[in-house]
Ligand binder design. Structure first.
Ligand code: SAM
Length: 213
């Protein structure tokens, strides 16, 4: 993602602590208290500008969504979207996914979404891919038993790698689609990247991977 430096971004995010949660480790094990309800918690890792979570939040008011994005200048757009729509069920953390254990307790999350994550095509960067086994271990610990990871990408190489990574980890694969927009899958909410790539005629790959207990 091309980043435009916005020096005011951090301050602006801090000015909206009900949307971009500051000191998230204070809420570890207590996210339902912060949302003020008992609804399931779905987390998107590498959320970008928030289009997917805002769309999901409207469609599913009975789910609490938390997006994790490490770049403040990118998250600024996501924050502004939620500010405008006044959605109470969408929050963000300006944090790195690698730190998730500091922010959530074991089995506190009901689902993880990974959308159009950076492919890191060089072998030596494998550990940075958000579908690498090290990250799967993290998600497994934080997800409820038999929890699911829902994954979309335009990148065939990353998709093949991820299917293998999920299977090698012992996860079960469901709803594998090699061309999501020409499949009969209902209820898809497009991300920014998905919109951009599908306009160029590129295929979108999708699957759901479930941990076994
Ligand atoms: N999910 C969005 C979409 O589909 O439009 C954004 C896709 S963009 C290619 C990937 C995003 O993930 C970037 O905004 C990047 O900063 C974020 N990201 C990548 N690795 C991350 C990490 N370890 N922690 C937090 N964010 C990360």
């Amino acid at each position: 993602m091309r980043l435009r430096h916005k020096p005011w971004a951090t301050e602006e995010l801090e000015r909206h602590p009900h949307i971009v949660i500051q000191n998230p480790s204070q809420h570890k094990g207590k996210w339902k208290e912060l949302f003020g309800n008992d609804h399931p918690i779905h987390v998107e890792v590498g959320t970008g500008k928030g289009q997917f979570l805002v769309g999901m939040g409207v469609l599913h008011p009975d789910i609490n969504y938390i997006g994790i994005e490490k770049y403040d200048s990118v998250l600024l757009t996501a924050m502004e979207r939620v500010k405008e729509s006044e959605q109470p069920n969408v929050k963000f953390l300006n944090e790195d996914v690698g730190e998730l254990l500091d922010f959530f307790s074991d089995e506190e999350i009901d689902r993880v979404y990974i959308n159009f994550t950076d492919p890191w095509p060089k072998n030596r960067h494998e550990k940075r891919r958000l579908t690498y086994k090290g990250y799967l271990r993290l998600y497994e610990q934080l997800l409820k038993r038999n929890g699911e990871v829902h994954f979309k990408t335009d990148n065939q190489g990353l998709f093949e790698y991820s299917l293998e990574s999920f299977a090698n980890y012992g996860m079960t694969l469901h709803q594998v689609s090699l061309d999501l927009h020409r499949s009969n899958y209902k209820g898809n909410v497009m991300t920014e990247y998905e919109e951009k790539f599908s306009k160029k005629g590129m295929r979108i790959y999708r699957c759901e991977a479930q941990f076994r207990s």
